[in-house]
Design a protein around this ligand. Structure first.
Ligand code: PLP
Length: 381
């Protein structure tokens, strides 16, 4: 996976569709990122934070029981074991370092499942910065535990009451807040969406997932699979295998399937595949997993799909609930509802032409299921 063009494009997707007031901020961020990424001292600081604070490298766990049951070799990349419980910490530690380098005293973030908000609150506490996290009211209700965590870490959580009261609306509000505070605040975006340079910057910060996994697997797997909301854990995983023969598969929520059911359009400052009506109005997504309840997808995924390098599939909420239970009972791992989308695809595809018996599969478990206990207690017993 190569860098985007100078205009921030991956093929026809990406770019920078922002109000004039944000153009200098995006340009300054791009310049700071290029400068930091070329600086060995920055990489040294990031590497130290990853090992000493975040607990990397995360394990690669062979799912021995499920593998025997399904007739495929299933290897799990355990981002659920990273500090704060998901891959989101990889991105946030890098962006917080960058923000500090840019002299910013405050982080503004959007969050759906709350994992990105928790990671942002964590980094802000560590670096002595203020954190303001925008979160839809509906997500606040279903991810209450993560709201408590953010507040305990000292972040301010601002409920968003507009639209579907989920991630799309939280992102709108966070971007609006950034416009008003652009001199003092860094917008710590949680996925591979948003205006250039975010999709590139976040993919580079998540690349550690794929690179570690590549070094840990005994051989290049036949299939690499990860769930896709905005697509950051998938992009980071794919980055380690894009130059191999492995098939790359992103799994979307059936109710939030921008790749599968969307059309090219602009949302949140970038051009990509977007769920929209015939007038181009962005549609509401709907998924049991708050982190996949989003109508867009990172522009690089749209590009990888368009050129046929990656494939995208959808699974239903019911398949996801079955997958959480099956992984828990077979392997002793309770994963996040988001991550369970990837597991659900493996359960469905194993032994079919999509995933023939004998295949080797690397699957990124993007996060742990603690945050989803209230949802699971309500439906999965
Ligand atoms: C555990 C987990 N996995 C996946 C996602 C989806 O994000 P992305 O597609 O950017 O990896 C989220 C988002 O909140 C999450 O919390």
């Amino acid at each position: 996976m190569s860098p985007p063009t100078s205009a921030g494009r991956f093929g026809e997707f990406g770019g920078r569709y922002v109000p004039e007031s944000l153009v200098p901020a995006c340009a300054a961020l791009e310049a700071a990122f290029r400068d930091a990424w070329a600086d060995p001292a920055f990489h040294e600081q990031l590497a130290r934070l990853r090992t000493e604070f975040a607990g990397r490298p995360t394990a690669l766990t062979p799912a021995l029981n499920l593998s025997a049951q399904l007739g495929v070799t299933l290897l799990l990349k355990r981002e659920d074991l990273a500090h704060t419980g998901s891959h989101k910490i990889n991105n946030v530690l890098g962006q917080a370092l960058l923000a500090r380098r840019m002299g910013k005293a405050r982080l503004i973030a959007e969050t759906g499942a709350g994992q990105h908000g928790v990671a942002t609150a964590t980094a802000a506490a560590l670096f002595g910065m203020r954190a303001t996290v925008y979160m839809g009211e509906r997500d606040i209700a279903r991810q209450e535990l993560n709201v408590f965590r953010m507040e305990l870490l000292g972040a301010e959580v601002i409920p968003v009451t507009s639209g579907s009261r989920t991630l799309k609306d939280a992102t709108n509000e966070a971007m609006r807040a950034w416009v008003g505070a652009v001199d003092e605040a860094h917008f710590c975006l949680g996925s591979v969406g948003g205006p250039h340079p975010y999709p590139w910057l976040v993919r580079e910060l998540q690349r550690v997932i794929g690179e570690e996994a590549r070094a840990q697997v005994p051989a290049v797997p036949d299939v690499v699979v990860a769930c896709v909301g905005g697509g950051s854990n998938a992009a980071g995983t794919f980055a380690g295998f894009a130059d191999t023969t492995a098939r790359l598969i992103g799994v979307e929520a059936a109710g939030g399937a921008a790749m599968t059911n969307g059309a090219p359009g602009v949302v949140h400052g970038y051009r990509s595949m977007v769920l929209q009506d015939t007038d181009g109005q962005v549609l509401e997504a709907e998924s049991i997993a708050a982190g996949l309840d989003y109508p867009g997808i990172g522009p690089e995924h749209a590009h990888l799909g368009a050129i046929g390098r990656a494939e995208y599939r959808t699974v239903t909420d019911e398949e996801v609930l079955t997958a959480v239970r099956r992984l828990a009972r077979s392997e002793g791992i309770i994963c996040a509802l988001e991550s369970a989308h990837a597991v659900a695809w493996v359960l469905r595809a194993a032994g079919t032409p999509d995933l023939p018996t004998g295949s080797t599969v690397l699957l990124t478990l993007s996060g742990r299921g603690d945050k989803d206990m209230a949802t699971l207690a309500g439906v999965a017993r």
